[in-house]
Design a binder for this molecule. Structure first.
Ligand SMILES: [Zn+2]
Length: 285
């Protein structure tokens, strides 16, 4: 399994990264035979007009896709994510959340189809990364990273569905929403430690991409609409730290985040939190 991570990443590095815009078309899950094996339960779906997020697991035929599908389906990953959306956000129409074989690690929001797709290969690649990293429970790490990936796509979804005014890169804004959803305290005033870990694991996948790119001698695509992998790592680390400097001081002391950046992270986080809470305030259930 480990030996396959490099070629797998070599493909992934060329194509991975969500396509909020044009890239989604070539990622193409169009016409793939869907087997509606499960639907979001949608608890508390109390009548507000509009739709709900529904879960579809498409067929998988390649070994990587079969593995990724199993990870997602056995752990009801997509079902739980859809439930989270259905209890919290007003959706103007039904939004499919698809697990699909894409033949490349990816995840994307399709503005034209109004659906979120998590490619099975993305879950498979995350699992390989965390197996390679020696995690005791690579499946949990991979699921956490896929959860954060989903909320990144939910950021693109929100921009489209609610016609949100975004300044700066939408890709950065989508990373911010993932962090905002996962790092904001719940009604009990506490942040779920698993959610914090999910953001950390999301960052670790970008660190792995950056490292493997360097090992392969690949150059960064400066024209890409995403920030560079290592920048996304530092951004996510900054926001984790900034959201709760006391609880996450280890990110700085371990050298994961330079002091110069860390000093401004609490204010950076406040700005992100203010922005996304303002943007979404009319759209919560
Ligand atoms: Zn994106």
């Amino acid at each position: 399994m480990r030996t396959r991570i490099l070629p797998m990443l070599a493909v992934g590095l060329l194509l991975a990264g969500c396509g909020g815009g044009g890239a989604e078309e070539k990622a193409g899950s169009s016409g793939s035979p869907a087997s509606e094996t499960s639907k979001a339960k949608g608890p508390d779906d109390t009548g507000s007009a509009g739709g709900k997020m529904t879960v579809v697991y498409d067929d998988a035929t390649s070994p990587d896709a079969i593995n990724g599908k199993k990870l997602l389906q056995d752990n009801k990953v997509l079902e739980e994510l859809a439930d989270d959306i259905n209890v919290s956000l007003k959706l103007p129409e039904d939004i499919p959340l698809r697990g699909s074989q894409c033949d490349t690690p990816n995840a994307f929001w399709s503005p034209s189809k109004k659906s979120i797709t998590i490619c099975y290969e993305d879950a498979d690649l995350s699992q390989k990364i965390f197996v390679k990293a020696g995690d005791k429970d690579p499946d949990t790490s991979a699921i956490g990273s896929e959860d954060a990936t989903f909320y990144h796509e939910a950021g693109h979804m929100a921009v489209t569905l609610y016609n949100l005014p975004i300044t700066g890169k939408e890709e950065d804004a989508a990373d911010q929403l993932a962090a905002y959803i996962l790092l904001t305290p719940g009604d009990n005033g506490k942040v779920d430690s698993e959610s914090v870990q999910a953001v950390k694991d999301f960052a670790r996948t970008f660190a792995a991409y950056a490292q493997l790119k360097a090992e392969m001698g690949a150059t960064n695509n400066m024209a890409d609409e995403h920030s560079l992998d290592q920048q996304r790592v530092y951004n996510l680390q900054c926001w984790i730290y900034g959201s709760n400097p006391e609880a996450n001081a280890d990110i700085v002391t371990s050298g994961g985040l330079p002091e110069e950046r860390a000093q401004r992270c609490p204010d950076e986080w406040k700005q992100i939190s203010h922005a996304w809470s303002t943007l979404l305030e009319d759209h919560w259930k």
